[in-house]
Design a protein around this ligand. Structure first.
Ligand SMILES: Nc1ncnc2c1ncn2[C@@H]1O[C@H](COP(=O)(O)OP(=O)(O)O)[C@@H](O)[C@H]1O
Ligand SMILES: [Mg+2]
Length: 250
């Protein structure tokens, strides 16, 4: 059974035109789906719909259905949905709210009223996984952009969702940070997590099982990485070649 099923999804921001125009796709349990496309093609909006931020928090109008583990996303309350599908935003500052790194990671599990011992154990596990132990008492505002990105991932991991949506998780990172996040993503994949990763650089997500290419709110291609990369003419035609040409694969 697919863990994410999107059926004829339309979404428009309040008083705006439709930004997602009839998306249909599904993601199997344990699969890694890479979402690529030019700036403005609707990748972030799709992420926000998948994790319920749109329309729950952002407003706007959504048509069609998103099924998370067989249940319509609109039937979940947001905290419940966050335990199934976690999102790391493009801009980590949008999701960091606490004054220390460890409080940030403990924040969501505390809101769920998990037992203190369980929270402590999750915080330690996440700090270890992300290499943030030495920074646990630091104010997130004083971290580098890359460290804040890692922390935003950590705060999401603390809820132990089986599906993760990552919106350009490596955008703010230097080479070392990118390698670390790459390693962490591989680890999470090997643990059986379902990953939906938005990225501009194909090198960052070359381990994906399938690539989904978006353009102007539509899916123009959904296929294996090899098939998507093979058709350079097609990529060029849709201006993806230019966008992705930073990758050494071209
Ligand atoms: N909060 C918003 N309100 C209105 N329009 C928005 C908002 N956020 C994004 N958009 C518009 O939605 C379209 C898709 O944007 P986005 O999902 O951010 O694309 P991408 O992540 O692929 O760059 C763009 O035309 C953008 O201007
Ligand atoms: Mg975006």
């Amino acid at each position: 059974m697919p863990v994410v099923k999107v059926e004829n999804l339309y979404y428009a921001y309040p008083e705006g035109p439709p930004v997602l125009k009839g998306l249909d796709f599904q993601v199997e349990a344990g699969e890694t789906l890479a979402v690529i496309g030019l700036s403005g093609s609707g990748k972030t909006t799709l992420c926000q719909c998948l994790c319920g931020l749109a329309p729950h928090v952002l407003g706007g109008s959504m048509r069609g259905r998103i099924l998370i583990k067989g249940r319509a996303s609109t039937e979940y309350r947001l905290p419940q949905l966050a335990c199934e599908i976690g999102m790391v935003m493009q801009n980590p500052d949008m999701q960091l709210v606490c004054t220390t790194v460890e409080d940030e990671i403990a924040f969501a599990p505390e809101n769920l009223c998990l037992p203190p011992r369980e929270i402590r154990s999750r915080v330690n596990e996440v700090l270890g996984l992300l290499g943030l132990k030495d920074l646990c008492l630091k104010n997130p505002a004083l971290l580098s952009g890359g460290q804040r990105q890692l922390l935003a991932l950590g705060a999401v991991l603390a809820l132990q969702p089986s599906i993760l949506v990552l919106d350009e998780p490596m955008a703010l990172l230097d080479e070392k940070g990118r390698c670390l996040v790459h390693e962490i993503l591989l680890y999470l994949r090997d643990e059986g997590k379902t990953l939906i990763i938005v990225d501009h650089d194909i090198e960052n997500i070359n381990f994906a099982d399938r690539f989904m290419v978006m353009e102007q709110g539509e899916i123009i291609c959904l296929d294996s990485p090899a098939a998507v990369m093979a058709d350079k003419e097609y990529l060029q035609q849709h201006r993806l070649y230019l966008e992705l040409s930073g990758s050494t694969r071209f």
